[in-house]
Design a protein around this ligand. Structure first.
Ligand SMILES: CC(C)(COP(=O)(O)OP(=O)(O)OC[C@H]1O[C@@H](n2cnc3c(N)ncnc32)[C@H](O)[C@@H]1OP(=O)(O)O)[C@@H](O)C(=O)NCCC(=O)NCCS
Length: 203
């Protein structure tokens, strides 16, 4: 694993205490076979396809029913870049093929927590260990460099592939939220998972 930029700076908050503020673009992070890099405008065309693929969207909270306007997608890229509480990446193969997205959002630098999101939009890459590899790398990177000590993930009941991935990466299930979302006019259960920075890695 290696990274090309530092991703946080230490500042004073309004109470006069030191805190970490995220001010930079998402750092580029490499795993053995994939590269996590900041979004590019060319990604938006791929998202237009992934957003309306029923298999890709099956367990997502807000599936789209129609192609999103490209200008809206560009606006979304700008919003992600401006988001001081989130890092967003595209997942690229070493050959330069963009196959998915990954995000750490709702980063709270005081409590050192973040939420995880991942989509492998290119279904040719499902079941090949991509999510397991990139999440293993991202979790280590976040614990080491992003001032994060706990990462949370939530999945809809029935998302067996994502549950397998989370458990393999070391997440533990820590909550079951019955009837937490509506999907296809049915109330569904959401399962919460978390992974905590090992004690020997704390400063
Ligand atoms: C969930 C997702 C990220 C997994 O990515 P991936 O790169 O295919 O994951 P991996 O290959 O590392 O592991 C997936 C595991 O699930 C297994 N799997 C795949 N489909 C399965 C199914 N229908 N039933 C049971 N297991 C299944 C795979 O065989 C693999 O397990 P194994 O290595 O023990 O065989 C990907 O499928 C995806 O992006 N789905 C759509 C978006 C989504 O649901 N994101 C998560 C929202 S919280």
């Amino acid at each position: 694993m290696n990274a090309t930029t530092e991703a946080k700076i230490r500042t004073l908050n309004k109470n006069g205490n030191f805190c970490y503020t995220i001010t930079m673009k998402s750092p580029t992070i490499k795993s053995n076979s994939y590269v996590l890099r900041p979004f590019k405008t060319s990604d938006a065309v791929l998202w237009q396809k992934w957003d309306i693929d029923p298999e890709v969207q099956a367990f997502m909270p807000e599936p789209f029913n129609e192609v999103q306007d490209i200008e809206e997608q560009y606006k979304y890229i700008d919003e992600c870049e401006a988001d001081e509480e989130g890092f967003y990446w595209s997942i690229e193969t070493k050959d330069g093929l963009t196959i998915g997205t990954l995000a750490l959002t709702e980063i709270n630098s005081y409590h050192e927590v973040a939420d995880l999101g991942i989509v492998i939009g290119d279904k040719n890459y499902w079941g090949k260990g991509v999510a397991t590899e990139v999440l293993t790398t991202l979790v280590s990177y976040a614990f080491e460099h992003l001032n994060v000590s706990r990462i949370s993930a939530e999945i809809e009941e029935g998302n067996v592939p994502m549950m397998k991935v989370l458990e393999r990466v070391g997440f533990k299930e820590d909550g079951l939220f019955e009837s937490a979302r509506i999907k296809n006019k049915q109330r569904i259960t959401v399962r919460h998972f978390g992974i905590i920075k090992p004690i020997d890695q704390h400063e």
